[in-house]
Ligand binder design. Structure first.
Ligand code: AMP
Length: 597
């Protein structure tokens, strides 16, 4: 695990505090108010250096590492708040990031009386911003274009600044802001301190550093240009025309998904979002052709989770400060390999794990291999779920949702009438009917759907391919009532299952963790042992239910082959063998514990 994430929950091991880094009481208290228990790695590395005197700094760090506080806290401690002269400028690539930094700076400086931090960015009223500036802002947080504009109109004078911070420098340069940055840096005092933060270090960023910085102190959080361990990378190979249906399947196969979907162009971004909305998803688009007002509305809805899917261009996504994105979906890959690092870094943040999925055609596979080399991590080649797999997942999800839903007291008054309507229907029938009502949309859509996997992309992970050689072709897939909600991801679920069963890691495979349940496979001879042992076990004091998954298309390497056992009667669409009413009752496995395990 790279250090960035390793640092988040280690208060009991390392007693380093914000105070120990040299921060004064008002700032220590502000971090305590925010619930920051210990500094993150980047904060630990930068804060003492930045407090020790005026030095230039280059920090390689991605968003989510706590970099805003890493520069914000020492900056606030270093400015003279009693003066209204502009002492620092923070440059950021987008309006959203600009607003986010300003908000954080205000939170960190909440006990600093007289602090005026002003955000200036394009797409908003310049006269309103000018009004704010007239009061005298010690810190200005700006997008480069608007800053230059306000400088040329005489509203901003950088002649006396002591600090210039470039946040997400690589992104600003990607967006073509080199001329503005150059002008801003050359029109401010030579003896100012310049702090540059960047996720990657392309040539253009090094050029800025060489030209405008003086013997900078360099730090790096995590390995340069690599993605983090908290993100699993997957790709799905499809035919060119199946990109959109494939996207829908990936979304449907992950009912708890909260996702950013990346397209290459503004047009595609808008088009895909519109199609998703038409198809009944809570989706929205964010790209440069929208007005600021529209962008704000979409962002707010996404932050509040009113939108489950946000389709974005790379540029527009830069300012998205949402920590709990579960999946990044690369609907189309960008030509720039570095872009992939930015995209996948939007998930797996703040100690959580995430999945970055790529929908690729065969001709794009070489790009995937180039990315693998760059990020030094292997992609798992996965299979677009079949219609039946999706139906099963949705059905389990629905059943869990029903189970978990708190009873609304307001409904009580209607119950006698409802009971009358439902009289004579057995519990089994009622469950069946309720599931059928809710389930129609998926069943109707998917029951006759085709396999979307491109023949070359047989959808097996490389690991699974090698495993399938050592097992009989048939394997057993299990459904278990543990999921992300229990704080598990595929790795920790595997650890838990192998721990309980005392199996080797490779004996458990095709692990798929959903919000409140998961799937995994074993060889058939383990079936009874797995069912009896796990159904008799607990997870954190909670009993576990485990069932054989009824999805027939599960054999690794099966590529759509059906398991004989699952034909006909055992299909979950068969009324006699419904999801609840399978022949084997939960916890009553006839399996005997395997000896010597
Ligand atoms: P950033 O990398 O600046 O975008 O920060 C990501 C998130 O981490 C922000 O929401 C911060 O509020 C939060 N954060 C920053 N420092 C800490 C810390 N030491 N402990 C916990 N959360 C933090």
């Amino acid at each position: 695990m790279p250090l960035i994430y390793a640092n988040w929950h280690r208060q009991s091991i390392d007693m380093t505090t914000f105070k120990a880094l040299g921060l004064e009481e008002p700032f220590v208290n502000a971090t305590l108010d925010l619930g920051f228990e210990t500094p993150t790695e980047i904060q630990e590395k930068t804060i003492p250096v930045l407090l020790s005197g005026e030095t230039d700094l280059i920090a390689l760090a991605q968003t989510g590492t706590g970099k805003t506080a890493a520069f914000g806290l020492p900056l606030l401690q270093s400015i003279a708040v009693e003066s209204r002269i502009t002492q620092a400028v923070i440059l950021s690539p987008t309006r959203e990031l600009c607003m986010q930094i300003t908000q954080e700076i205000k939170q960190y400086g909440k006990y600093l009386k007289g602090l005026n931090a002003v955000a200036v960015y394009g797409g908003a009223s310049i006269s309103e911003q000018a009004k704010q500036l007239k009061k005298g802002a010690q810190i200005i947080i700006a997008t480069p274009g608007r800053l230059k504009d306000l400088m040329s109109r005489g509203y901003i004078d950088l002649g006396k600044i002591s600090f210039c911070i470039l946040d997400e420098a690589d992104e600003m340069l990607n967006m073509g802001f080199y001329p503005e940055i150059k002008e801003i840096l050359s029109k401010s005092p030579n003896d100012k301190a310049t702090w540059l933060f960047s996720a990657t270090m392309p040539k253009e960023v090094s050029r800025i550093a060489m030209k405008f910085m003086n013997d900078p102190f360099e730090i790096s959080v995590g390995e340069k240009n690599t993605s983090t361990d908290s993100v699993r990378h997957e790709y799905y190979t499809i035919g060119g025309r199946d990109r959109y249906p494939a996207l829908k399947r990936l979304v449907d196969a992950n009912p708890g998904i909260f996702s950013l979907i990346f397209c290459r162009t503004k047009r595609d971004t808008q088009r895909i979002a519109e199609k998703l909305i038409e198809d009944g998803y809570n989706a929205g688009a964010i790209h440069g052709d929208l007005s600021q007002n529209q962008r704000d509305l979409v962002m707010n809805a996404f932050r509040k989770k009113q939108l489950q899917l946000l389709v974005a261009t790379d540029v527009a996504a830069r300012g998205i400060d949402v920590d709990d994105i579960t999946h990044v979906i690369n609907y189309q890959l960008s030509d720039e390999i570095e872009t992939y690092t930015h995209r996948s870094g939007r998930t797996g943040r703040a100690g959580r794990s995430g999945i970055s999925m790529v929908i690729a055609t065969r001709s794009e596979l070489r790009k995937i291999h180039a990315i693998e080399k760059k990020i030094k991590q292997e992609f798992v080649n996965k299979k677009i779920p079949t219609g039946l797999e999706i139906c099963e997942i949705q059905l389990y999800h629905l059943a869990n949702k029903v189970k978990e839903t708190a009873i609304d007291q307001d409904i009580e008054g209607y119950l006698p009438a409802i009971n009358d309507v439902l009289e004579g229907i057995t519990r089994e029938e009622l469950i069946n009917k309720m599931m059928s009502v809710e389930f129609k949309r998926f069943h109707n859509y998917y029951s006759k759907s085709k396999d979307l996997n491109s023949p070359s992309g047989n959808g097996e992970s490389r690991q699974a391919k090698s495993r399938s050689k050592s097992y009989a072709p048939d394997t057993i897939r299990y459904f278990i009532t543990l999921g992300e909600r229990d704080g598990l991801d595929w790795k920790s679920l595997k650890d838990f299952v192998t721990g309980v069963l005392k199996l080797q890691g490779e004996e458990i495979f095709r692990i798929d963790v959903k919000e409140s349940f998961s799937f995994f496979n074993t060889a058939p001879d383990l079936q009874d042992f797995v069912l009896s042992t796990l159904s008799a076990s607990e997870f954190k004091g909670r009993p576990i239910s485990i069932e054989i998954s009824r999805n027939p298309e599960i054999a690794p390497g099966g590529g759509g082959r059906r398991r004989k056992k699952s034909r006909g009667k055992s299909s979950k669409f068969n009324k006699r063998d419904n999801f609840y009413g399978g022949k084997r009752k939960k916890g009553k496995s006839s399996g005997k514990r395997r000896k010597n395990r």
